[in-house]
Design a binder for this molecule. Structure first.
Ligand code: BDP
Length: 715
């Protein structure tokens, strides 16, 4: 009887869910669940029944998702059945008597891992999806769908995995007015105005997509936060979203504005050591938890780029973080306190400020505080060496913050798969202990931290395809998969994504993955080769502006970063310069500080060198730079050709959009190359190597380009 009820409720839940759009407009993301072609040698394709012996809201959704997915797999319509029979898929937690009696290795799955295996129950061959919690089972259901979507079959399934990172969180830089800071896929998906009443079906699809890649948290509002998001009406709106996300294993977090006690609390101060301030936050946390019992906690940007913070009261970041942590601790909440701090009043170079400020605080943070560190020391550039804080704060859990939205990598219009960027940072040796990588720090294995996290600044907006282009979806996807396993391989994940998003046919997957894997390096080449950084135009960060040198604060000027003159180029971060290199552990510092051992890709990040310096290739630095610019443009031209060849194999809508965006990218890659070369030549007085094409326009033309209406602007 119970079983029937579970199945009926699964069916009812399905009726209330929106159908995945049938048009190939990208809305379905990687969850297209295409009917699979018959696989040679496969025994029989028969309808698959899904059995949920003990339903919970999460298991019901997992069953529904499988029902959707398997309908593409099975030859006939999906039947649900009250009893386990041959060919069933059974969803049950490991403690369920039917599962426990199988004595499967489920202990090591902890609370979110899954095991999907072909087993025999009551004499019938069954595909069992299990885990220690219903969230584990949900992830198992998605793993099974991934397996099928990448060409696998239901025969002899054996899939198991446990997430290595506990908090796998999207950070939305979404404003309450519907705009998205650094967002290039339309307005915010949160309809704050009509919430909590209007629950856009899209919220459910958002949750499904995140759950499918293991994301278990979402910070709803911009780190440049408004205090309003902590008022009762906005708490109710956040609670409505939390109710939708909960069965999908996703917790809601809020960015907290540090001065909220003044702005909405009527206090005269936000000093973290003032008892009234602490009491205000405690009461505020209690209020939030009454509405959202599993509220995740707060994300805070303090004393950075003009945001308020504890330093306004001569208190430390730890004082501020710990005060908030005490407010959420009784409810098991956490605080993610960002280390992206730089103050325009601080005379120290921007790249050094986070380390200088946070390293001495190691060991002073409360147990439920994590410090959130951007992948590099400046700001989400196409390439930055890993942030020196990774490995430098052993007593503090550090959250890795990646930017999924491509603020500095050509917005949503350029194709740049970020998997290789994420992997490059995560694989970097910290130099602190032999063999220790940034991934070991992030997943807690370096120091035995249990509370661990990875955050990605979302690239999601109201565009029909969510991310502004089909290929940007891959960056959302790879973020989730790498947050689950920071040692995962970017190429493998690209394959998975391409197979599910287009088709598992290698004739599509191979060229698509080939395009993706070199695409980020191409952006580095045509924008900021050989360790250059921050050469983008002011404010919107769109297009080249290496000549900009008139902004008030030195660090806002590209000229500050490249330091090019007639003799040479690059930022000296060694002892003879800013000595930022000394923030790394000695073996890494030594390697970066020596111009003979620093990887060429980081050369100009750490060193100021002459234009005639000999590079490994035998070319001079100048010739090598020119070669990189040309390689970047050439790669984009190559992607266009590869994409053209794929035309017969990709649906028209997604093919067309991608082809158009690639044409834009090629034009803009040329613009970056030409503008940069025109500028460097004006500084170094050199000619282009023989046979190299001259920039299309003169420097004045490039300088005159102006885009005040570029999207994602901070206003
Ligand atoms: C920079 C962005 C800015 C963000 C800031 C941050 O340009 O819009 O507010 O980072 O991370 O990349 O706080």
């Amino acid at each position: 009887m119970m079983r029937w009820k579970a199945l009926i409720s699964a069916a009812l839940a399905s009726a209330s869910l929106p159908a995945v759009a049938m048009a190939e407009d990208g809305y379905a993301l990687w969850m297209r669940y295409q009917p699979q072609a018959a696989i040679p040698g496969e025994v029989v394709r028969q309808p698959v029944s899904i059995v949920v012996p003990n339903a919970t809201p999460t298991l019901t959704r997992a069953a529904e998702e499988l029902r959707r997915g398997l309908s593409g797999y099975a030859a006939g319509p999906v039947a649900t059945a009250p009893a386990v029979r041959a060919g069933s898929v059974m969803l049950a937690v490991a403690g369920d008597p039917a599962v426990a009696s199988l004595h499967l290795p489920t202990r090591s799955l902890t609370d979110e891992g899954y095991l999907v295996r072909s087993v025999t129950i009551g004499g019938a061959p069954v595909t069992l999806v299990t885990g220690n919690s219903d969230r584990g089972v949900l992830y198992g259901a998605f793993a099974l769908l991934r397996h099928l979507g990448t060409g696998g079959t239901l025969a002899k399934v054996d899939l198991t995995s446990t997430p290595k990172v506990k908090l796998r969180v999207l950070n939305h830089w979404d404003n309450l007015d519907g705009s998205v800071e650094r967002g290039y896929a339309g307005q915010s998906i949160w309809d704050w105005w009509n919430l909590p009443d209007l629950k856009d079906p899209r919220y459910t699809d958002y949750a499904r997509a995140n759950a499918s890649i293991g994301i278990n948290g979402t910070v709803l509002n911009n780190v440049n936060a408004k205090a309003d998001s902590l008022t009762a009406p906005y708490i109710a709106k956040a609670a409505a979203l939390a109710d939708i996300f909960r069965p999908w294993g996703i917790k809601v977090y809020l960015s907290a504005r540090f001065s909220a006690p003044i702005e909405i609390g009527g206090l005269k101060t936000a000093d973290p050591l003032d008892p009234q301030v602490a009491a205000w936050w405690k009461a505020k946390a209690d209020e939030i938890y009454r509405a959202i019992p599993d509220f995740g906690g707060f994300l805070v940007k303090a004393n950075s780029e003009g945001q308020p913070g504890p330093r306004d009261y001569h208190r430390s970041h730890a004082d501020g973080a710990n005060m908030l942590a005490a407010a959420v601790a009784p409810h098991k909440g956490i605080v993610m306190w960002r280390a992206f701090v730089y103050a325009d009043t601080d005379p120290d170079d921007r790249a050094k400020q986070a380390y200088t400020e946070f390293k001495p605080l190691d060991g002073t943070f409360a147990d439920n505080v994590l410090v959130q560190v951007k992948n590099g020391a400046i700001d989400f550039q196409p390439r930055e060496p890993f942030h020196p804080l990774f490995g430098a704060m052993p007593k503090t859990p550090l959250v890795m913050e990646f930017q999924i939205t491509k603020e500095y990598l050509g917005f949503a219009s350029h194709l740049a798969y970020l998997g290789p960027l994420f992997q490059e940072v995560l694989d970097a040796p910290t130099g602190v202990k032999r063999g220790q990588t940034v991934a070991d720090v992030v997943d807690g294995s370096a120091e035995g931290h249990r509370l661990t996290g990875m955050a990605g600044v979302a690239n999601i907006g109201r565009d029909r395809d969510w991310t502004g282009s089909p290929f940007n979806q891959a960056n959302w996807y790879v973020f989730g998969r790498m947050a689950w396993d920071p040692e995962a391989d970017a190429d493998t994940i690209a394959r998975e994504w391409a197979a599910q998003t287009f088709t598992p046919d290698p004739a599509v997957v191979d060229p698509v993955v080939a395009m993706m894997m070199g695409s980020r390096e191409a952006v580095v080449d045509y924008m900021t080769p050989l360790g250059l950084a921050h050469l983008m135009a002011t404010g919107h960060h769109y297009g080249p502006g290496p000549w900009v040198s008139d902004l008030a604060r030195p660090e806002w000027n590209p000229a500050y970063y490249h330091r090019a003159d007639k003799q040479g180029i690059g930022f000296d971060r060694t002892r003879s310069g800013s000595n930022a290199v000394a923030q790394y552990a000695p073996p890494v510092a030594k390697r970066f500080a020596d111009v003979g051992t620093v990887p060429e890709r980081d050369l100009l990040w750490f060193h100021h060198v002459g234009w005639d310096r000999r590079m490994a290739s035998g070319r001079t630095l100048w010739e090598e730079m020119v070669r990189h610019y040309d390689a970047g443009v050439g790669y984009v031209a190559g992607m266009r050709q590869q994409w053209d060849a794929l035309r017969p194999r990709i649906d028209a809508e997604r093919w067309e959009k991608t082809a158009t965006l690639l044409a834009i990218q090629e034009r803009e890659a040329r613009w970056w190359r030409d503008a940069s070369l025109a500028y460097w030549m004006s500084v170094n007085g050199r000619a282009l190597p023989a046979g190299v094409r001259a920039p299309e326009h003169d420097l004045a033309w490039y300088k005159a380009q102006n885009f005040p209406r570029a999207p994602g602007h901070t206003g």
